[in-house]
Design a protein around this ligand. Structure first.
Ligand code: AMP
Length: 256
């Protein structure tokens, strides 16, 4: 049975017991509203570790838009059912006040990779992401943490942060899970209307096409997307677009 842990003090006691029993811990940090993308990470953690821990925490410090934070779907009972069905051992459900006893006076800042793309369009986003991931890794002390390639810039930043701070956790990259039309699964997809969804599925098609970044940007704008960026970096093409108030991101390897 999946055990839900809401207090950090209780988690510390559980973690001590896991240590005494010498069980390896796999960790999947999320903001909840679980879908098949998260499920693939949890499945991999289950396969590779004696104990699997899922955290659900809608991390306010990484949102630059209060409205997006307020509207972020919170579906604990469905999430619990999924974790339970998958045999996940623990769900961490921490509270903001407990995770940020310093009121976010202390934070992790990266000065290069975090400045472009998502970082450029969402002020403070990666400070929030790196800070919460650091806090959770120090608390959970996993042997392996599982992150999705869907958020590739985040994946790269966390991987390099783990190296920079000598963390004992291995960062495992998991492939992007898509729906039948190629749209990367995201908790924000639920907010798309039927018409908006028909437009949304054109985004991964264009982004993965043979066209140049400039042509793709133009094509997306012609279709009616608001384009935040289409950029190529180290052999990968990244894009972020908005349809109404729903923001979508995606990335693909560029084959030349
Ligand atoms: P989130 O709850 O959206 O913050 O995501 C939690 C983790 O799940 C992150 O490591 C994401 O990259 C990963 N993730 C989200 N969507 C997908 C997807 N469609 N495929 C694979 N991983 C995903």
């Amino acid at each position: 049975m999946t055990k839900v842990i809401e207090s950090i003090a209780e988690w510390r006691r559980v973690r001590q017991q896991i240590l005494l029993e010498d069980r390896s811990v796999g960790f999947v940090p999320t903001m909840g509203n679980l879908h098949a993308g998260h499920q693939s990470l949890l499945k991999r953690s289950k396969q590779e570790n004696a104990t699997s821990v899922l955290s659900i925490f809608v991390n306010r410090t990484q949102f630059d838009d209060e409205n997006d934070f307020a509207k972020y779907p919170r579906t604990f009972f469905e999430d619990y059912a999924l974790a339970e069905a998958m045999g996940i051992d623990y769900i961490l459900l921490p509270k903001y006040e407990e995770l940020y006893p310093d009121s976010y006076r202390y934070r992790v800042t990266e000065l290069m990779l975090s400045q472009g793309m998502e970082g450029q369009h969402r002020a403070g986003h990666f400070d929030g992401v790196l800070t919460i991931v650091m806090k959770l890794l120090l608390l959970v002390k996993p042997a392996q943490v599982y992150l999705g390639e869907k958020d590739y810039q985040q994946l790269q930043l966390v991987t390099e942060m783990a190296k920079a701070f000598f963390l004992d956790t291995k960062v495992i990259a998991c492939p992007t899970i898509r729906d039948v039309n190629g749209l990367a699964l995201s908790s924000r997809n639920n907010r798309l209307t039927v018409e908006q969804y028909q437009l949304a599925i054109r985004f991964p098609k264009l982004l993965s096409s043979q066209k140049t970044a400039a042509e793709i940007r133009q094509g997306l704008e012609q279709l009616g997307f608001m384009v935040d960026y289409v950029e190529e970096f180290q052999g990968r093409r990244y894009g972020a677009v908005r349809i109404g108030d729903v923001r979508l991101i995606d990335n693909f390897v560029v084959y030349s």
